[in-house]
Design a binder for this molecule. Structure first.
Ligand code: ADP
Ligand code: NI
Length: 217
């Protein structure tokens, strides 16, 4: 079936917007999230246009990469959707999904309240775990000048978004501070099932990393 024109336009817009990103927030990340969100939506049956557009626009301006502005992403998505004349309730919904999507620390609740939001959040979180999640964690860490691992710094279970975002610890710590928690935070049955295997892939990787680090493998 042919895609609606607004989806075709969103794809072109986001490809252009994320050109040159090397932090794991590139167009291919968005494309995977978009496809996964549509796949989950086949089972969950939310508003497909909202799911597709929220997935496509969710990383147009990430606070982690734009100097810390958490409002820029949802604001930029709204401006683009208004330029496309999407209806106001859908624009407000997509803006709210993008504002709520991000992980904010192990001890910080960030509950998505609509089905469409839950679907897109699951798709984004699935792309942060498993083999691709491992690749993205080290791409992001390298981009941000993080150590691969520093055994002198223990992982922290952040109790506030501010302490989570100020954190500078190693990419290996990021697995304990976020990535290994995502399996338990999935919203939909489809994502919960996929997360099981991806979680095991990360555990296996971390075991192997530890064994090699200690000279045991
Ligand atoms: P979220 O908005 O929930 O952070 P993203 O789509 O922005 O989700 O994806 C975050 C990606 O960035 C993940 O792949 C994650 O591994 C990586 N990342 C974020 N913070 C760190 C960090 N401190 N160390 C290593 N990787 C990180
Ligand atoms: Ni993302």
């Amino acid at each position: 079936m042919k895609k609606p024109a607004i989806i075709e336009d969103a794809i072109l817009h986001v490809r252009d917007r994320l050109k040159g990103d090397s932090s794991g927030h590139d167009w291919r990340h968005v494309e995977r999230v978009y496809r996964m969100a549509l796949r989950i939506n086949e089972v969950e049956r939310g508003d497909e246009l909202v799911v597709a557009l929220a997935a496509l626009l969710h990383d147009v301006s990430d606070y982690k990469l734009n100097g810390g502005d958490v409002e820029a992403g949802p604001r930029e998505a709204r401006a683009w959707l208004e330029s496309q004349r999407l209806d106001a309730p859908r624009i407000a919904h997509i803006e709210r999904i993008i504002a709520t999507m991000s992980f904010k620390g192990a001890g910080v609740a960030s509950k998505m309240d609509t089905l469409e939001g839950k679907i897109v959040q699951d798709a984004d979180r699935l792309d942060a775990i498993g083999a691709i999640g491992i690749a993205r964690a080290f791409a992001y860490g390298g981009k941000m000048g993080r150590d691969i691992y520093d055994p002198d710094i223990a992982p922290t279970m952040h109790r506030s978004f501010d302490s989570y975002r100020a954190n500078q610890s190693s990419s290996i710590n990021h697995f304990h501070e976020k990535l290994l928690l995502l399996k338990g935070l999935m919203n939909t049955a489809t994502a919960k099932k996929l997360a099981e295997h991806r979680h095991c892939v990360m555990l296996e990787f971390l075991n192997e990393f530890d064994a090699e680090w200690k000279g045991n493998a």
